[in-house]
Ligand binder design. Structure first.
Ligand code: 3H9
Length: 684
C-alpha cells in the first residue's frame, strides 16, 4: 500500500506532505509516514529545515476518531510528536484549512507555525469528551498562556489565523502560495542559532498561585455552561499541571486523564454524536448523486415568530426571501422583529452592521401570493391547523411555478394530507423548524409518501447551508421529537397527581442534565398556549392555573411563583390545587422516588423511540439521538436517548417499564426494545 505521506527535497528544505482525504486525519499510516519523513530530515545532512504540511482541503484535522477504542497502532501520536520536537533542525508547520486536535498538536511540536489567513486552529477534543492527548495540554499553555489555553481547550472552539498570530500561536500569517511561503520561511529561520521549543518554554506560564486564581475565575464564570461534563474539568486539571510540573511530569497526568476519559461513557456518547450528526445527513435510498433543485429564492408564508425566524436563516445565508402576510401591519411587525434580532447580533459582535443590512436588504414583504411565483422553495409557517394549511397549499399550487418545493413548517400534522391538497405531492415536504428558528440547530425533514428524492436531497443540502442539522422523519403524529415528548409529558402530569411535586420532577430532569424540567418548560412557554380562555370552564388542573392567572413566567406565576428576576420557587397554592384535583380524580398521593420519575418519564421515551424505529419513522437510532440533542436539550454527554439506553442497558430499561406497566397502559412495550433487551443487543 502506498503511504499517504511523501517527502520533497527542495535543496536544503525537506517538505513532508500528507494527503489523507477527506480531512487528513492522523491515522496509523499517516503517523508512520510522518515518522519516516521526520527521520529522513533528521538524518540527511543536506537538510537544514523541515516543513510539515498537507495536501487537500485541510491540514490534519485531528487524530483519526475511527481508530479510538481499537487496539493502538505504532507509533502513537504522543511519542511521534516528542520525536518531532527533538529533531535538531528547525521544523515549520504550514497550516491551511483547519488544524484541529492532534493536528494542532503536530504544529505545537514544531518550532514554528505559519498559516494562510483563512486557516483555523483549535483543540476541539472536549467536544468528543476528551482532551488534547498528545502533549497539547502541556504545550499550548506554554505558547499562548493559561487563560487562552483554557478558553481553547475547555470550549473547543477554533481561533482564526489572525487571532492566533496575535496570541503567538502562529508566527506568521502568509498570503499567496503556502507551499512556497513555507520554504521561504524555513530558509529564513534556518540560519538562526536557537529555535523555540514548546515543551521547554516557560515564559508564558504564570506562577501556580496566579494560575489557580485564573482557574478559579474561569470556573466561576463558566460553571453553568460545562455542568455535568467530565472533559472540561480534566482539561483544566491538565493545564494546571502544565504550570505546576515540568513537561515530562505534566504529560503523565495528561495521559492518565486522557485514558480515563477515552474509556468512559461520556466520550463514547459524544463520539457517537459526532458520527450520528454526519450520518443523519444521509438518506439510505437517496443516492449522493441525486439531482438537486437550484434554490435561488425562498418564499415564506407568515411573518410571525416562526416565519420571521425561518426567514432569518436564509437571509443570513445570502438567499433572498419574500414573505407573504394577510395584513400590512403583520408584515411591518414581522420586519421589525427580524430587524431587532439582527441588531442584537450586531451588538453581540456576531455580525457586522453591513452584514445585518445586507441580510435585511434581501427581504421583501407582500400581501399577494402571486409574488411567490418565481420562488424555488416556499415554506408555509402559518397556524397549526389542517384546514388552514390545506387552504395555503391550494393557493401555493395555483401561484408558485412548477418544479418548486412546497414545504410545511408543521410540528404534528399529516404531510400526506397536506400534499394531497396540491396537484404536485412529490414536491411537498415537511420542514419542522424549532423555536427560536434562527437559533435552534435542529430541522426535522418530514418525508411524505410521495416526496421525491430530488426534493429530499435538496432540502438536506440546503439545511447544511443554513447551518442546521437535518434529520429525516416519517409521517406520524409529532414526527420524532414531539412524538417522544408526549409520554414524558403525560407521565409527568400523572406523577404530580400521584404525589410527586412538580419541582421534584424538574429537579430530577436538571440533575440528569436537561437545562430545565417539564414544568419549568411549561412555565417558560406559557400555560395559556392552547387554553380555551373561558375562566368559568375549569375542567382540569391546567384550566384552573390559567383561570387564576397562573400563565407561567409571563404573569409572574405558573407552576412556580416568580420573583422580579424570573427566579421560580415552589408554590403552596399550586401544591394545594394539585392535592384537590388528585382527590377529585380519586388519586391517592404517595411518596414517589427519583428512580420512578426517571423510569416513567425517560424510559417511556426510549420505548417510544423504539416504536418509531420499528415503524420506520426514523432511519436509525442515532437520528433520534440527534433530534433530542439539538432540538430538546437532552444532555450531550449521554449521547441522546437511544445511546443513553444502550449505555444504561436495555434489559434495565425493559425491567423499569415492566415494573410500572399497570400505571402506564398508554405505552405498550415496543417489540424491538424487548427483542434487543432479550438478545443483549443495542440500538446503536
Ligand atoms: C484528537 O485529535 C485526539 C488527540 O488530541 C490525541 C490523540 C492521542 N477522524 O465534518 P465533515 C470525517 S481527537 C476521522 O462532514 P466538514 C467525517 O466523519 C480529534 N474521520 O466535513 C466525515 O466522514 P463522512 C480532534 C473524520 O468539512 C468526513 O470526514 N479533531 C475526522 O463539514 C468529512 O467531515 C476533531 O474533533 C477525524 N478526526 O468539516 C475534528 N474528522 O464523509 C473533527 C472528520 O464519511 N472534525 N472526519 O461522513 C471536524 O470538526 C470536521 O470534520 C472538520 C471538517 C471541521 C474538520
Amino acid at each position: 500500500m502506498t503511504s499517504p505521506v511523501r517527502t520533497e527535497l527542495h535543496e536544503d528544505v525537506l517538505v513532508i506532505i500528507s494527503d489523507n482525504p477527506p480531512v487528513n486525519a492522523l491515522s496509523a499510516a499517516v503517523r508512520q509516514g510522518l515518522q519516516a519523513g521526520i527521520r529522513e530530515g533528521a538524518e540527511n545532512d543536506a537538510v537544514k529545515a523541515i516543513v510539515v504540511r498537507c495536501d487537500g482541503r485541510t491540514f490534519h484535522a485531528g487524530a483519526d476518531i475511527t481508530e479510538f477504542g481499537k487496539p493502538p497502532q505504532q507509533p502513537g501520536l504522543p511519542e511521534l510528536l516528542d520525536e518531532l520536537e527533538k529533531v535538531a533542525k528547525p521544523t515549520i508547520a504550514a497550516i491551511h484549512g483547519t488544524a484541529l486536535g492532534g493536528g494542532l498538536e503536530v504544529t505545537l511540536a514544531c518550532n514554528y507555525r505559519i498559516a494562510v489567513p483563512s486557516a483555523k486552529l483549535g483543540v476541539p477534543e472536549v467536544k468528543l469528551g476528551l482532551l488534547p492527548g498528545a502533549g497539547g495540554t502541556q504545550r499550548l499553555p506554554r505558547i499562548v498562556g493559561v487563560e487562552q489555553a483554557l478558553q481553547m481547550a475547555v470550549f473547543g472552539n477554533p481561533v482564526s489565523a489572525g487571532a492566533a498570530e496575535k496570541s503567538g500561536l502562529v508566527d506568521k500569517v502568509v498570503e499567496g502560495d503556502l507551499a512556497d511561503a513555507a520554504i521561504a520561511f524555513a530558509r529564513e529561520v534556518a540560519s538562526k542559532d536557537d529555535h523555540p521549543v514548546s515543551s521547554t518554554r516557560n515564559d508564558m506560564l504564570p506562577n501556580l498561585a496566579e494560575a489557580d486564581r485564573i482557574l478559579e475565575e474561569f470556573k466561576q464564570k463558566n460553571g453553568r455552561k460545562i455542568r455535568g461534563f467530565d472533559a472540561p474539568a480534566a482539561n483544566m486539571r491538565c493545564i494546571r499541571a502544565a504550570v505546576e510540573l515540568p513537561y515530562e511530569e505534566g504529560v503523565k497526568i495528561e495521559r492518565e486523564e486522557f485514558m480515563k476519559l477515552m474509556t468512559g461513557d461520556q466520550s463514547k456518547a459524544q463520539r457517537h454524536l459526532f458520527f450520528a450528526e454526519r450520518q443523519a445527513a444521509k438518506i439510505d435510498d437517496v443516492p449522493a448523486d441525486t439531482p438537486l433543485i437550484d434554490i435561488q429564492k425562498v418564499g415564506i408564508i407568515g411573518a410571525g415568530t416562526m416565519g420571521g425566524g425561518i426567514a432569518m436563516n436564509f437571509l443570513s445565508a445570502g438567499i433572498p426571501v419574500t414573505t407573504v402576510e394577510m395584513r400590512q401591519e403583520a408584515l411591518e411587525r414581522g420586519r421589525g422583529v427580524v430587524g431587532k434580532n439582527y441588531q442584537g447580533n450586531v451588538k453581540g459582535g456576531r455580525m457586522t452592521e453591513a452584514q445585518a443590512k445586507g441580510a435585511m436588504d434581501l427581504w421583501t414583504g407582500t400581501l399577494d401570493y402571486a409574488d411567490l411565483a418565481d420562488c424555488d422553495l416556499v415554506i408555509e409557517a402559518v397556524f397549526e391547523n389542517m384546514d388552514v394549511k390545506k387552504e395555503v397549499f391550494q393557493k401555493l399550487d395555483q401561484h408558485v411555478k412548477q418544479g418548486a418545493i412546497l414545504a410545511s413548517n408543521t410540528s404534528y400534522l399529516d404531510i400526506d394530507e397536506i400534499a394531497a391538497a396540491t396537484g404536485r405531492p412529490e414536491f411537498v415536504v415537511g420542514t419542522h423548524f424549532f423555536s427560536p428558528a434562527n437559533i435552534m440547530k435542529l430541522l426535522e425533514v418530514v418525508r411524505g409518501e410521495k416526496t421525491s428524492k430530488s426534493v429530499l436531497a435538496t432540502v438536506m443540502k440546503l439545511a447544511k447551508k443554513i447551518g442546521k442539522v437535518a434529520v429525516v422523519a416519517g409521517v406520524c403524529d409529532g414526527f420524532i421529537g414531539n412524538r417522544m415528548l408526549k409520554p414524558r409529558q403525560v407521565e409527568a402530569n400523572k406523577l404530580i397527581m400521584e404525589g410527586a411535586k412538580p419541582w421534584d420532577i424538574d429537579r430530577v430532569f436538571v440533575e440528569f442534565g436537561f437545562p430545565m424540567g417539564p414544568f419549568q418548560m411549561s412555565d417558560l412557554a406559557g400555560l395559556d398556549i392552547g387554553w380555551h380562555r373561558d375562566e368559568n370552564r375549569v375542567e382540569t388542573l391546567r384550566d384552573e392555573l390559567c383561570a387564576k392567572g397562573r400563565w407561567g413566567q409571563k404573569t409572574g406565576k405558573g407552576f412556580y411563583d416568580y420573583d422580579e428576576n424570573r427566579r421560580g420557587s415552589p408554590s403552596d397554592e399550586v401544591e394545594a390545587m394539585i392535592a384537590k384535583w388528585a382527590e377529585k380524580e380519586g388519586k391517592e398521593q404517595r411518596h414517589i422516588s427519583d428512580e420512578e420519575i426517571r423510569e416513567r418519564c425517560l424510559y417511556t421515551m426510549v420505548n417510544e423511540g423504539a416504536r418509531i424505529l420499528e415503524e420506520g419513522m426514523a432511519q436509525r437510532a442515532s437520528d433520534i439521538d440527534v433530534v433530542w440533542i439539538y432540538g430538546y436539550g437532552w444532555p450531550r454527554y449521554t449521547g441522546g436517548p437511544m445511546m443513553w439506553a444502550d449505555l444504561t442497558g436495555l434489559d434495565k430499561i425493559v425491567a423499569g417499564l415492566e415494573k410500572h406497566a399497570a400505571e402506564m397502559p398508554e405505552w405498550p412495550m415496543s417489540s424491538l426494545l424487548k427483542e434487543k433487551a432479550a438478545s443483549g443487543g443495542t440500538f446503536n
